[in-house]
Design a protein around this ligand. Structure first.
Ligand code: PLP
Length: 414
């Protein structure tokens, strides 16, 4: 459910015409709907209201501090994967006691920054990392709370690039070894406190069963640890709940909630969730202007001013994003590729797609671009990154300015 709709053939973000925003801030531009963001958070939170839980929004899905602040105001914590994300989260007002820190390659300076901040816990992904955190905590005379990210060897049934819970993936520690590490830490790593068990098996999951399969395995781990005198207070289930980009039958958070609550009944833990995509994906669009159209003998091309540097998902994963005309003025359809100006054949938003017959100057809305859109954007081809806009009701405001040419060479020297 989102608040991007047509009113009399014109496309709106909540109460503001997308055409009006694009005229004022230029294109390409990202537009987010505040009401959609808060609704998504509330729906997720509602699904778990009967059990102790903490939502830690996954910063990497959309890291704009206005977006972070929106969730933080609703009570959200954050899941971070770098020192930079910690910095952003704190700027956005995050409560350190609601921050979990994931990722396979945490640097020493990042670990130190997180320890000084006093985050809730580290989600540890390797035995060496565990020892490094212990060492740094000792140096700082602090105790570090941790969970081990277990790799449950469960197939998330998603795109291979975003599947993370299989033995062949780089993430987490395998079950047997994880248990040994908790016991080793208890006996030898005196600056560590085991607080939880963590598991994140992948992204854009559209089935419930991989989640419950992973939960069954983590439950066993918790039982084993407790039998060894290691008290576990948190079970971090990660993120990964999918959304509808095209025709995927993504489960509603309510359905996911029911399954998770059922599976964790009587476990006596606080559940932690790290949702990213499901919070922001359908709360954002990328607006692009058509620069040119051209008809080849094999294909039609629609060339836009947005490119793969602005939204990488189609190039990276072959992802589908729906494309809509910002002003509906013809019922005629053409089959075309929608491409950007970048010098790569992988620079496309759609292939052989039936589309309204766009012409030069028309605006298009590339849908479901709120997650892994701007946050993955780059300056490739020396393209300044786009402006980001937040719409709230009948108002909109710029939440990140478009970059300038000067921004492009910031810090460079001859
Ligand atoms: C990316 C990531 C998430 C968020 O995943 P979504 O599919 O966007 O919900 C959560 N936890 C970890 C550890 C991640 O790497």
């Amino acid at each position: 459910m989102n608040f991007f709709t047509y009113k009399k053939n014109k496309f709106y973000a909540e109460g503001v015409a997308v055409e009006r925003i694009s005229k004022e801030v230029g294109t390409p531009c990202y537009i987010y709907s505040h009401k959609t963001l808060t609704r998504h958070y509330a729906a997720f939170d509602e699904a778990f209201k009967s059990v102790p839980h903490l939502i830690c929004y996954s910063v990497k899905a959309n890291s704009n501090i206005a977006v972070l602040n929106t969730f933080i105001k609703q009570g959200s914590g954050v899941d971070i994967v770098s020192g930079g994300e910690l910095f952003r989260a704190l700027k956005a007002g995050a409560n350190p006691k609601k921050i979990v820190y994931s990722g396979v390659g945490k640097r020493e300076d990042e670990i130190e920054y997180a320890l000084k901040t006093g985050i809730l816990m580290f989600n540890v992904e390797s035995p060496e990392e565990l020892r490094t955190i212990n060492k740094i905590a000792g140096r700082l005379k602090k105790k570090a709370n941790f969970a081990i990210r277990v790799n449950p060897n469960v197939d998330a049934k998603t795109h291979p690039y975003i599947s993370t819970g299989l033995k062949k993936n780089k993430f987490g520690i395998e079950t047997e070894q994880a248990i040994k590490e908790y016991i080793f830490a208890k006996n030898n790593l005196k600056n560590l406190v085991p607080l939880g068990v963590d598991c994140h098996i992948g992204s854009q999951l559209t089935q419930i069963s991989p989640f419950t399969d992973a939960l069954k395995k983590t439950k066993n781990i918790i039982a084993t640890l407790r039998s060894q005198g290691i008290d576990i207070k948190y079970l971090d289930i990660g993120g990964g709940l999918g959304i509808t980009y095209k025709d995927e039958d993504a489960p509603h958070p309510g359905k996911y909630g029911k399954a998770v609550i059922e599976e964790t009944k009587g476990l006596g833990v606080t559940l932690i969730f790290e949702p990213g995509r499901v919070m922001v994906g359908n709360a954002g669009i990328l607006v692009a202007k058509v620069l040119y159209t051209k008809q080849g003998t094999e294909k039609n091309f629609i060339i836009t001013d947005a490119a793969m540097n602005d939204l990488a998902r189609p190039s990276l994963y072959g992802s589908y994003h729906a494309i809509k005309a910002v002003r509906k003025n013809s019922t005629k359809e053409i089959k075309a590729d929608v491409v950007g100006p970048i010098c790569e054949s992988g620079d496309f938003f759609a292939k052989d797609r039936e589309l309204p017959s766009f012409k030069s100057g028309d605006l298009m809305a590339i849908m479901s671009a709120g997650a892994y859109g701007f946050s993955m954007s780059s300056n490739y081809n020396s393209r300044p990154r786009t402006v980001e806009v937040m719409v709230t009701g009948n108002k909109f405001k710029i939440i990140r300015e478009r970059e300038s040419y000067k921004d492009l060479i910031k810090g460079e020297k001859i």
